[in-house]
Design a protein around this ligand. Structure first.
Ligand code: ADP
Ligand code: ZN
Length: 516
């Protein structure tokens, strides 16, 4: 069996060996068992169902939400001599009929389709039932879960597959699932007697760095000057800002282009081609750029604006360093961006979904604020354990100097206690700094004005850090209030030492920042 799988791999795909756990996954699928695969983007998920499709008698149905990529995938398979086709709304009636005919004739090994097509109108299920379906492959499986970052209603109905095809194995694949999402995918797809295969999400050659979003245009320019020979992607939130930033960079003599979904198709393709051929060094893009693009020598990925969630951030930064050489992921962070993004983090008429998006945004902000190894934070998010120090992120390389902040923490926690855990961080900071704006009754408190020597910004930084460290928590809702936690008391009683980040020494001058 082993030998023949390898032969098939070489013969049909031209690879000399399996990567990671591809072989184990394929063997599990070939035994007719359900399978769940978590593998980072670019890890090689496709082979995990494409190769079994060749071994099985019948047809493998691949469900994917990425209609735009289906044609490329099918073309690539056909070039390898594998009979494949896709069904989606971009095909004409006649083209669809011809695909259906090929299916009836048993001529296809792989059929790609969008979920709405599979379950929705057109009575496709009965049609499929009459065929010999050997395997269902659910790509981007996190779309079935509300807990994922890209929930799609159409995916929910994929749960019916197990009713209609109780004996057909299912393989679910995703590049981005945290623990809850993973469990949810398994339940929603009703996988049975399944095995989960996970690859480490760690990308050791990528350096993670987060910089304050102050004068970030100037910071960006000097960064690019140090990387003149390198290819990189700069992600911006809006289409307009990709264009204006690309213009500014060109004016400074950099080889840059903008890319976003609002550009005409031929312009997008041309720019993408140029980037792939290293004729354009820097792509200034919205997140529309990068999916399905396989450029191995991207040396840096910069986020000028805060990504909406860790999944997106990780996927985007993961486009750096596919060749395994040292590469960098730089993010410019400001608390202001968190507030701005909060407005985007709501799904109209769906409060539960909005709450999840908000939580994910906060976890993203947490990455930027926690004085913890960035890689450890990221891997923890994806349910992996890793050492406290990776040695290849700004935190590990000494961005933060930490010192004994027990007294500071005690002041802040006791102020929270004295105002009966009913006020937010700004108010508590005002109280500590002895501001005249606090309530008269609070001016009598022992903590009133005990923190005059520390700036308002610095107090807020301490407050956020204490939240990250779990010594404080913030209530949900529009006006979050600070609350003590189980661990607060150890600090208040002087039983516990708190290490806090020392104020940064380089405080850049507050020169006006060029808007990008
Ligand atoms: P994913 O779907 O996980 O993002 P793909 O299946 O598209 O990844 O594979 C990513 C790249 O890795 C593709 O270019 C693919 O051809 C290549 N690849 C996959 N498996 C192997 C292998 N065993 N050996 C070499 N290259 C591989
Ligand atoms: Zn680290």
């Amino acid at each position: 069996m082993d030998k023949s799988l390898l032969t098939l791999l070489k013969h049909h795909f031209g690879y000399t060996q399996f990567r990671h756990n591809q072989q184990a996954i394929i063997e599990n699928v070939l035994q007719g068992k359900d399978t769940m695969v978590l593998m980072p983007t670019g890890g090689g998920k496709s082979i995990c169902y494409q190769l079994p499709a060749l071994v099985f008698e019948g047809v493998t149905v691949v469900v994917s939400p990425l209609i735009a990529l289906m044609k490329d995938q099918v073309d690539a398979l056909r070039q390898n001599g594998i009979p494949a086709a896709y069904l989606n709304s971009t095909l004409s009636m006649a083209e669809q009929q011809s695909v259906l005919q090929m299916l009836r004739n048993g001529e296809l090994k792989l059929l790609y389709m969008a979920p709405e097509r599979l379950i929705g109108e057109g009575n496709f299920m009965p049609f499929l039932s009459a065929l010999n379906v050997s395997l269902f492959a659910i790509d981007e499986a996190h779309c079935i879960s509300h807990w994922g970052h890209d929930f799609r209603q159409e995916y929910l109905s994929l749960g019916q597959l197990k009713d209609k095809f109780p004996h057909t194995p299912v393989i679910a694949l995703t590049a981005t699932a945290d623990g809850v999402t993973k469990q949810d995918i398994i339940e929603k797809l009703r996988l049975r007697d399944y095995t989960v295969y996970e690859n480490s999400f760690n990308r050791p050659n990528i350096y993670y760095g987060i910089r304050p979003k102050r004068n970030h245009y100037d910071q960006l320019i000097s960064y690019l000057e140090e990387h003149r020979e390198d290819s990189g992607i700069i992600y911006c939130l809006s289409r307009a800002s990709t264009e204006s930033l690309a213009e500014d960079l060109k004016a400074e003599g950099f080889s840059a282009e903008a890319y976003h979904a609002g550009l005409e198709r031929n312009i997008r393709e041309e720019r993408q081609e140029k980037f792939l051929r290293d004729e354009v060094r820097v792509m200034v893009a919205t997140i529309a750029f990068g999916m399905g693009i396989n450029k191995s020598n991207v040396r840096f990925v910069v986020h000028v604006d805060l990504p909406k969630n860790i999944e997106g951030y990780y996927q985007e930064t993961g486009r750096a360093g596919r060749d395994g050489l040292p590469s960098e992921a730089i993010l410019f962070y400001s608390v202001g961006d968190v507030f701005k993004m909060k407005r985007f983090a709501s799904v109209e008429g769906n409060e539960a979904q909005s709450a999840i998006m908000l939580k994910k945004l906060e976890q993203m902000a947490g990455l930027c604020e926690a004085p913890q190894c960035r890689r450890q934070y990221l891997l923890q998010y994806f349910g992996e354990t890793s050492p406290d120090h990776c040695g290849n992120c700004d935190v590990c390389l000494g961005k933060y100097e930490r010192s004994d902040g027990t007294i500071v923490a005690q002041k802040l926690l006791s102020a929270v206690y004295r105002v009966e855990e009913r006020f937010g961080l700004n108010y508590v900071v005002d109280l500590l700094r002895g501001s005249s704006t606090v309530r008269e009754s609070h001016k009598q408190l022992k903590t009133f004005g005990v923190g005059k020597d520390i700036s308002k910004e610095q107090w807020k930084q301490y407050g956020r850090e204490l939240i990250q460290l779990g010594y404080l928590k913030q209530s949900d809702g529009e006006y979050p209030v600070l609350r003590l936690t189980d661990t607060s008391w150890g600090v208040l009683k002087g039983e516990e030492t708190v290490m806090l980040t020392a104020p940064s020494k380089e405080q850049p001058a507050a020169a006006p920042t060029k808007q990008s």
